[in-house]
Design a protein around this ligand. Structure first.
Ligand code: SAH
Length: 214
């Protein structure tokens, strides 16, 4: 079992790095990150680093999960109702979001990762998440428009399909780029086709790939 002290150290580290939203810190404090890792790695769950989850993918670093969630909530103003997540992975970011928004729609292209994440969220008693095995770069048009979109994988260029699935005033937090990536905040200006894009900080994410795997 991980001691409360280890988790508190992580929270302190996030605060030191500038994470200030108390709702986000509280949810991270209470979400068992070790739950989202294989047994052999679970003792490293409260380090502030990305960790492998198989299939060449990684569980995001706690700092980036906290930061992206904080940006999303801050830019949304009110509590977001419908949120699209691209790249479920282990389901850790999904679990954090599920505790802060009304309903999460999470898309993953690697089937076994999706299956594991679904089980973990159910076991944690988080029932406001629906999953889709699909190419998340195309969004989830049947379920949109979304108040917020968060992507855990980096396309070279922010996909037009995702922008078009933002509700009026909707916000998207997404990494993009090639060798050099940045985190972006995209806000839809009312119900117009105008999008305000802000480049936030350098980041490193796994690439957003097209298609799906069994
Ligand atoms: N937040 C997740 C991050 C997982 S890494 C976690 O902490 O576990 C990013 C995930 O995006 C990987 O699982 C990868 O398979 C997925 N991914 C990459 N391209 C995708 C696409 N086009 N559609 C859906 N998921 C995608």
């Amino acid at each position: 079992m991980t001691s409360q002290r280890t988790r508190e150290r992580l929270i302190q580290r996030l605060v030191d790095q500038g994470v200030a939203d108390l709702r986000v810190l509280d949810v991270i404090r209470n979400t068992p990150r070790h739950w989202f890792l294989d047994e052999a790695l679970s003792h490293r769950a409260y380090e502030d680093s990305a960790l492998p989850i198989g299939y060449g993918q990684t569980l995001s670093q706690p700092y980036i999960v906290a930061r992206m969630t904080e940006i999303l909530l801050g830019a949304c103003g009110k509590k977001p109702e419908r949120v699209l997540e691209v790249g479920t992975g282990s389901g850790y970011q999904t679990a954090v979001l599920a505790q802060l928004v009304e309903q999460v729609y999470s898309v993953e292209r690697i089937k076994p990762l999706q299956d594991k994440a679904r089980t973990r969220l159910r076991e944690l008693g988080l029932h406001n998440v629906v999953f889709s095995h699909a190419d998340g770069g195309l969004g989830w048009p049947q379920k949109g428009p979304f108040d917020a979109i968060l992507s855990a994988a980096a396309p070279r260029v922010i996909p037009e399909d995702l922008k078009q699935q933002l509700a009026p005033g909707g916000v998207m937090v997404i990494p993009a780029g090639g060798e050099q990536q940045s985190l972006y905040l995209v806000v839809r200006d009312g119900d117009s086709d105008t999008f305000i894009t802000q480049e936030l900080e350098p980041v490193r994410f796994v690439p957003l790939l097209s298609g799906t795997t069994r």
